[in-house]
Structures are given as structure tokens and as C-alpha cells.
Design a protein around this ligand. Structure first.
Ligand code: NAD
Ligand code: GLY
Length: 350
């Protein structure tokens, strides 16, 4: 088992990564919270696979455990489901000392975390990520949210979990397309800050446990320095500005990780056109994404994506921070105004 400590100004917790950890969920909740009750929040694909073990582990630790199961998919990150979850917590008589468990991917984690942040002004929650994307990114760092019809993640909170328990065995049931989508975020870490990780991904021969640990260590380091996303944390949005627009335009038919892959390839192309990245690095980025079976282009035109870009949460004082790769393992946030944003977008189609 690997253990990574996360220390942010608001909280300190551990991320445990290893095979079979789901059975220690009850002990973990007991050790990290004061919960007498816990509600396992999950999705309809994941709960039948892992729900019983999660509930048993909690009950064996003397915790009264219930479950709430939602349809799978991005649509579940909605105000409607959020309201339903809060009402269920009231029905279960959950008190401020109790705990939620997010058992699933990023959709479950983001929804559960936001409910935990706001129910009775905040109760504990534990992340149990079951997708590669959730393991390397969404379960760590405390970004929680639901979507509005107009755009993703528009309502949320920074709220750190009490613990993250990543049972790598759960990845064995993940559909191959979802696993590939998770690798888009892993490749992102390599490009933004770890050239060795990028090389490893190009060469193969790694274990999920090692890859997850490497990414979580980098994320822990970043959120310790910039919990609220005003500085270095923004680098984690590499590929997300164009990616979110493509994802929204597809009506969420494209998976989040797939959209990030397209967005990463687009920003790499634009960076070359703007004279900020060398063509060799761009080709390495695009080829590595392709080698993991990820898409690197979109059929949506610049006109279709531009309006969606203007909804981006990273716009402040009329400028949007574009995360631009300057080399492998090196990115910077570049503020651009509307006019420049349009140029960057058009350059992303090279
Ligand atoms: P997801 O949660 O939709 O899960 C993907 C699919 O795989 C779902 O159908 C799910 O039911 C299924 N699944 C999950 N685990 C499984 C398993 N072990 N076996 C079989 N099926 C399984 O998608 P995701 O890619 O994990 O997360 C995407 C979401 O995460 C997006 O909403 C995105 O905005 C969010 N996100 C949040 C952050 C953050 O920092 N909070 C970071 C990145 C992404
Ligand atoms: N996934 C981006 C962040 O956590 O900041």
C-alpha cells in the first residue's frame, strides 16, 4: 500500500492506494471521523459491484450504514440529484458528526463532496474512487460541484475529504473506454510537471498503483500550496479550457477525460503556432494521447466553441487563464483577453 499525505491550510488527510483497501473502509471511517452513521453514495453501475462490501465493512466497524444510489453519468451532477441526496440525509437522521462515503468515479465524488460541504453546514466525507480519473485527480484536493444547465461545475465548494481510500482492484471492472479517459488526466500530469512520468507513459511497463501514487503526490503538493485555485493549482486545468467547451458541445457524449485529451492536443497545437512550444514536444503530446486510444481532434468549429469558452469559470477581470505547455513537464498560466482567446482557439486547429 502507498500512502500520500495531503496538507492544505484547511485540512490534513491521507490518501491510501492499494489492492483490497475497500474492506478497510469501516476502520478508516472510524479512525478519521466521529461518525456513528454513514451513508454510502454511489452509482447504479458501481454499487452492485462494490456496495455490499462497503456497507459490510462499515457495519463491521460498528457504524450504522445506509446507501443512496443514483443513475450513472454526468447528468447526476445536478441540482435535482443534490437536493434528493440532502433529503435522503435528513430521512436517515444524519447528524453533523456523521459521514458520507463517495463510492464511485468523479461524478459521485463531486456530488457527494458538495452535499457533505453543505449539509448542516458541513459533515465529513470519505472518497473511495473507483475510476482512474477519480483516483488520480477528482478524489483529492476537495473540489466539489454540481452542474447548471448552462455549464459544468458552476455550483460547488472547496471542501476536503477526511480520507481517500483508493482500492486499485476496483479498476479491474472499469470499462476500457473509461480507463483510457483516465489516462488523459495522467498524461496531463506528465506534461504539466513531470517529464519522467511522461517518459514512463510513452515507454509502458508501469503499474496503476505507481502511476496513481505519482499523480496524487503531485496533486497533494500543488493543493498544499494553492488550495483555492488562484495560483499553481490552475495548471491542473491543462487541456480543460478547450476540453470543457468540446465536452459541453457534445452534450456530454464525450467523456470528461476524452474531452481533456482533445483539449490538451488543441492547446499544444496553438502553443506551437504562438511560438511558445516546439513542434517536437507537440508531436510527443499528440502521439502519446493517441497511443492510449484517446481522441485528439474535434469536428466542432471555432464558432461553436468560442461562446462556450466565455462561460469558463477561470475568466476574471475579462481575461481567461489559458494553461499553456511550454515543454514536456513545464506549463504556465497565460492570461488572454477575448480577442486573443479567439486567436488561440483558431490556432488550436492546426
Ligand atoms: P464517472 O464518475 O461518470 O464514472 C465513469 C463511468 O464508469 C460511470 O458510468 C460509472 O458508473 C462507471 N464506473 C465507475 N467506476 C467503475 C468501476 N470500478 N467498475 C465499473 N464501472 C465503473 O466519470 P469519471 O471519469 O470518474 O469522473 C468524471 C467527473 O469528474 C466529471 O464530472 C468531472 O467534471 C469530474 N472531475 C472532477 C475533478 C475534481 O477535482 N473534483 C477533477 C476531474 C474531474
Ligand atoms: N482537477 C483540477 C483541480 O483539482 O484543481
Amino acid at each position: 500500500m502507498k500512502v500520500v499525505s495531503v496538507n492544505t491550510p484547511s485540512a490534513a488527510y491521507e490518501v491510501k492506494i492499494g489492492a483490497g483497501l475497500l474492506d478497510s473502509l469501516g476502520e478508516e471511517v472510524r479512525a478519521r471521523t466521529k461518525a456513528g452513521r454513514a451513508v454510502v453514495v454511489s452509482g447504479e453501475n458501481v454499487f452492485p459491484l462494490y456496495g455490499k462490501r462497503a456497507l459490510e465493512s462499515l457495519r463491521n466497524a460498528g457504524i450504522r450504514a445506509e446507501s443512496v444510489v443514483f443513475p450513472s453519468g454526468e447528468e447526476t451532477k445536478s441540482l435535482t440529484r443534490y437536493g434528493e441526496l440532502l433529503n435522503s440525509l435528513t430521512d436517515f437522521r444524519m447528524s453533523r458528526s456523521d459521514c458520507l462515503v463517495a463510492l464511485g468515479g468523479g461524478v459521485t465524488g463531486d456530488l457527494t463532496g458538495f452535499a457533505a460541504a453543505t449539509y448542516q453546514r458541513g459533515i465529513a466525507y470519505v472518497q473511495v474512487p473507483t475510476t482512474l480519473l477519480a483516483a488520480v485527480d477528482s478524489s483529492v484536493g476537495g473540489k466539489t460541484a454540481v452542474n447548471l444547465p448552462a455549464a459544468k461545475n458552476q455550483v460547488g465548494a472547496f471542501y476536503q475529504p477526511a480520507a481517500v481510500l483508493c482500492d486499485t482492484d476496483t479498476l479491474s471492472t472499469l470499462p476500457p473506454r473509461e480507463l483510457r479517459a483516465g489516462y488523459a488526466e495522467v498524461i496531463k500530469y506528465g506534461i504539466l510537471g513531470d517529464a519522467d512520468l511522461f517518459d514512463t507513459l510513452q515507454q509502458g511497463g508501469f503499474t496503476p498503483e505507481n502511476i496513481i501514487e505519482t499523480c496524487v503526490r503531485m496533486k497533494a503538493d500543488i493543493v498544499a500550496e494553492d488550495e483555492h485555485d488562484f495560483g499553481r493549482r490552475r495548471l491542473l486545468n491543462l487541456g480543460h479550457t478547450f476540453g470543457h467547451a468540446v465536452e459541453a458541445r457534445s452534450g456530454y457524449q464525450l467523456l470528461h477525460g476524452e474531452a481533456v485529451a482533445v483539449g490538451t492536443a488543441m492547446i499544444a497545437r496553438a502553443a506551437v503556432r504562438m511560438g511558445m512550444l516546439d513542434a517536437h514536444s507537440r508531436d510527443a503530446i499528440v502521439e502519446t494521447l493517441e497511443s492510449f486510444g484517446l481522441p485528439v481532434r474535434t469536428d466542432y468549429g471555432a464558432d461553436e466553441l468560442y461562446e462556450l469558452l466565455l462561460l469558463d469559470k477561470k475568466i476574471s477581470s475579462g481575461k481567461l487563464s489559458l494553461i499553456v505547455p511550454l515543454g514536456i513537464g513545464w506549463c504556465e498560466a497565460i492570461p488572454v483577453d477575448r480577442g486573443k482567446l479567439r486567436q488561440w482557439l483558431e490556432a488550436a486547429y492546426d
